[in-house]
Design a protein around this ligand. Structure first.
Ligand code: B3K
Ligand code: ZN
Length: 899
């Protein structure tokens, strides 16, 4: 396998600043004519190698047809042996077959329409080109197609010409005035309905907005449309960034490898992140639409106007844009809740990745297949890295950095170092050490201890350690710059202001190290060394101090502090930082599950987690607490989070320990949970009456009430399973018809029930929504996430459901992806779960390597499993690795896991 290395980057020897494309569309034989204006750079070699693998029909240079002896072709590129040293023009004609393309990369067909996906290297499947992000060109694209079959013809930029041709053909010409890399190119053709609107920018320019969908989906774009307008306004007010073309188009497609794609002026979206109405989408789906619409829109500046020099810099645009979409969602509503959700996602997926053979730095140093690096590390940890600049510099300092970044780099392809330099230079700060966040993989651990001295000083000692990762042993890693937001609470749960004597301050000048000689309720301690001591001087004497550490999750690290259960309960009840409150509960959960696991291993009955139950009881009954926050409090850490850093894992035992805790909560808190669910339901109903709306629509306030209803209901169900299923069975229609959040909430709660009534309810659900692909995804994920003992059999049966298709990524993720996260069945002791998923990887590998590679990550726990499962899993992986037809996508993952 060819490994690409960051250190091998060389600037372009030839540039192609101008491109004219003509697509003559046909489902099986599309031709692409490319006119490339090539400018040799000083000292360019005589030869020119273009990326590409399409069937070459013709090639000419400055109008002269090139004989076959003039170039050499491999499976991946074409080399012209001799090109002029002066600017020249290439004309290249290729032919491709979109209908035969099931990779969903390049130009492909879906439901009779044609769509492209070019990031990162799809453009080269259509024509020959310098298909790398630092080659930025102005594109003009002419599309010629049958007018009846493809009435809508779209590409990037502004429509400059269109008309009819003979034989029922028509054409459209699009011109994008902004130079862009080829990965941002897009083309869409087909029979699509359009929803139009418009937006006036802050400088008074009118932008046309168009949403394209299948005709039957046209009624479901209102929320996405509204979200886009909010995003456009927000980027103006918070970042001063305005949209730059005359039109912004969004196209929804049901067959799509990921969430969405930020092509210039022509975003292409998975239907999952565009279509939403109360009948078919849950509150979480509504929130997902808003955040992904925001994310892709924000890329217009962070990604498109300023792009990446090479793919190693992917986090430059992704980490920054995730940070921006997180801030957008937080500014829209429920900032505290959104922050905790982001932390949950990071810990569940990124911490697990960081502790696996797939661990890599935010800026990877090497890759085989770039598609494998659109990871939680690049995206979510990358966003945390951007957030740390924000924490270190404050909002004003961060915005100064952004302003300088755009002043320096608009229209350029740059690196993560350029971003860091802009942040540092705009604020006069030294951020050299901060660069380690981009090059050192693995989650740092902070071991913290604190002691209250006789003179009243509170002394915190913090030690940072970095783990070994496949790319680098721990001893080769250097201490990182880590912001630790800190506050102190006294024995009554009161926050006490404190000073920091100068001698104990780390002076990173320009950074927001707030605790000076003035008393502060909170400070950002900035770690720069392996071990450091900080002296904090409370302004009012305290009997005892409980520190609140890493407030707001100020750095993506593990933090250990030897809290007593009582201290955690105190933080849970009194901390003014919502993350820290929630985290106190999480720590209690982790302790309780660990105790259960130990008890199970020794065959002793699990102990009652008294402190946890009391703290939760208080919190659920606290009328002042946000219901959405309460709902989060009731969510127990996922298994993958519990495993990070452990060895000899028996996954089934972790599940059993976790379930035992859920049972204990359900029984001890039954009354409180019932009351909470009932209150939330009443509040939701009152709100509906107040607003005089007919159905339960998405609003953040109502969503919060529903979140609490179903977080409670999930536990309530465990109290008397049989009674619950009978009650639900009886009243299902009336409970479910309110909206999809209710319907989904009910079904997910009873989904584990062994009674046949559960099967009947799911069957009714599937019949009702057979014509709604996105709801069918929900059905398949219910089948795959159930803890019923016949789950694997039901999953296997579902493969033959008329609404299931292995070629549709959403379906694969819903059924097989969900099953691979269903701990007790994926990790079944007889190996049936591993064998099933491996078999599907093998099948999908044959036509969609990206999706197959995504599934293969499910095996990344291999080396940390107990020996029996390790053998079973290794067998499956070894079989995959032995397949000659294994794609480089899957091979890279499998070989890394096997090590
Ligand atoms: N940039 C795209 C992701 C492309 C993934 C290619 N495998 C969507 C996004 O992050 O906004
Ligand atoms: Zn993105």
């Amino acid at each position: 396998q060819t490994v690409k290395h960051l250190t091998d980057y060389r600037p372009l020897a030839h540039r192609i600043p101008q491109v004219k494309l003509t697509f003559t569309l046909s489902p099986t034989a599309t031709t692409v004519e490319a006119e490339l204006h090539v400018i040799p750079q000083p000292n360019a070699p005589q030869s020119l190698t273009l990326d590409g693998n399409a069937t070459l029909l013709a090639l000419s240079l400055n109008g002269e047809r090139q004989p076959e002896t003039a170039y050499t072709q491999t499976a991946e590129n074409l080399t012209l042996h001799r090109v002029p040293a002066e600017p020249f023009v290439l004309h290249i004609t290729t032919q491709i077959n979109p209908e035969a393309n099931q990779t969903l990369n390049g130009l492909y067909a879906s439901g009779g329409n044609l769509y492209t996906q070019c990031e990162p290297e799809g453009f080269r499947t259509m024509t020959y080109y310098l298909d790398r992000p630092d080659n930025m060109a102005v594109f003009t694209t002419k599309i010629i197609a049958d007018a009846a079959q493809y009435p809508v013809l779209l590409s990037n930029g502004n429509l400059v010409d269109s008309g009819s041709l003979k034989n029922g053909q028509h054409y459209a010409v699009w011109h994008d005035p902004f130079a862009k890399p080829s990965y941002l190119f897009a083309l869409v053709a087909g029979d699509l309905a359009v929803n139009r609107s418009s937006f006036t920018t802050q400088s008074g320019r009118e932008v046309a907005i168009q949403f394209y969908t299948r005709a039957e989906d046209a009624g479901k774009v209102a929320h996405a449309m509204q979200s886009l307008k909010h995003a456009m306004r927000w980027d103006e007010t918070r970042f001063g960034l305005e949209y730059d073309l005359d039109v912004f188009m969004v196209v929804a497609v049901g067959d799509f490898n990921m969430g969405a794609m930020e092509n210039k002026g022509l975003n292409i979206f998975n239907t999952k992140y565009v279509l939403a109405d109360a009948h078919t989408a849950t509150d979480a789906d509504f929130e997902g639409v808003e955040s992904v619409i925001g994310h892709e829109y924000f890329h217009n500046w962070t990604g498109n106007r300023v792009t990446c020099r090479d793919w190693f810099q992917l986090s430059l645009k992704e980490g920054l844009t995730v940070f921006r979409d997180q801030e957008f969602s937080g500014d829209r509503a429920s900032r505290a809740v959104r922050r905790i959700e982001n932390v949950q996602t990071l810990r569940q997926f990124q911490f697990a990745e960081d502790a696996s053979p797939m661990a890599h730095p935010v800026r990877p140093a090497s890759y085989v297949e770039m598609n494998n690096f659109y990871t939680a590390t690049v995206y979510e940890k990358g966003a945390e890295v951007v957030r740390m600049y924000h924490t270190l510099l404050g909002e004003a300092g961060f915005q100064r950095g952004m302003k300088l970044y755009f002043e320096r780099h608009d229209g350029q392809a740059v690196t993560c170092d350029d971003f860091r330099a802009a942040m540092a230079d705009a604020n006069g700060v030294d951020l050299d050490q901060f660069a380690l966040w981009y090059s050192q993989a693995g989650t740092p651990t902070l071991d913290v201890s604190g002691s209250l001295k006789a003179n009243g000083d509170y002394v915190l000692h913090i030690k940072q350690t970095l783990p070994d990762t496949p790319d680098m042993p721990a001893h080769a890693k250097q201490p990182m710059m880590i912001p630790v937001k800190t506050a102190l609470f006294n024995e009554h749960g009161e926050q006490v202001a404190f000073r920091q004597p100068e001698s104990s301050q780390t002076n990173v000048s320009g950074c927001l190290n707030t605790a000076g000689t003035q008393g502060q309720p909170e400070t950002v301690l900035i770690l720069t060394q392996a071990e450091q001591t900080f002296v904090l001087q409370p302004e009012t004497p305290a009997q005892s101090i409980t520190p609140s550490l890493l407030r707001g999750f100020s750095a993506p690290v593990h933090l250990n502090f030897d809290y007593t259960d009582a201290q955690l309960a105190l933080l849970l009840a009194h901390d003014t930082d919502p993350y820290a409150r929630w985290e106190a509960a999480q720590t209690l959960y982790r302790r309780a599950i660990a105790a259960n696991e130990a008890a199970l291993a020794h065959g002793t009955p699990p102990a009652q987690p008294v402190a946890l139950i009391n703290a939760l009881r208080q919190a659920i009954s606290d009328a002042a607490l946000d219901p959405a926050f309460k709902a989060l409090l009731l969510k127990v850490p996922a298994e993958s989070e519990l495993w990070s850093e452990r060895e000899h894992i028996n996954p089934v035992q972790t599940t059993a320990a976790r379930e035992a805790l859920l049972d204990a909560l359900a029984h001890s808190l039954h009354g409180e949970l019932l009351a909470a669910a009932l209150n939330a339901r009443e509040a939701e109903q009152a709100d509906k009456r107040g607003k005089q709306i007919a159905v339960y629509e998405y609003t953040p306030e109502d969503a919060a009430q529903r979140a609490l209803q179903y977080a409670s209901f999930n536990l309530i169900c465990r109290y008397d399973e049989q009674a619950t299923i009978e009650q639900v069975f009886e009243h299902y229609d009336e409970m479910a018809r309110k909206n999809m959040t209710h319907e989904w909430g009910i079904l997910s709660a009873i989904n584990h029930n062994p009674d046949d009534k559960r099967n009947q309810l799911l069957a009714r659900f599937a019949a009702k929504f057979a014509d709604q692909p996105l709801v069918m995804d929900k059905y398949f994920s219910l089948i795959a996430s159930s803890r019923r003992s016949d789950t694997l059999a039901q999953v296997q049966a579902a493969l033959h459901h008329p609404q299931f298709a292995l070629t549709n990524p959403n379906k694969v993720r819903a059924l097989i992806g969900t099953f691979a996260r269903n701990t007790p069945y994926f990790h079944a002791a007889d190996g049936s779960g591993y064998a099933f998923v491996a078999q599907k990887i093998c099948e999908i590998n044959a036509f969609n390597p990206q999706i197959a590679a995504g599934l293969a990550r499910a095996f990344n726990l291999l080396k940390r499993l107990e020996p029996h499962r390790q053998n079973l899993m290794r067998n499956e992986l070894t079989k995959l690795a032995a397949m000659e037809s294994l794609s480089k996508d899957v091979r890279e993952i499998v070989e890394k896991i096997l090590g």
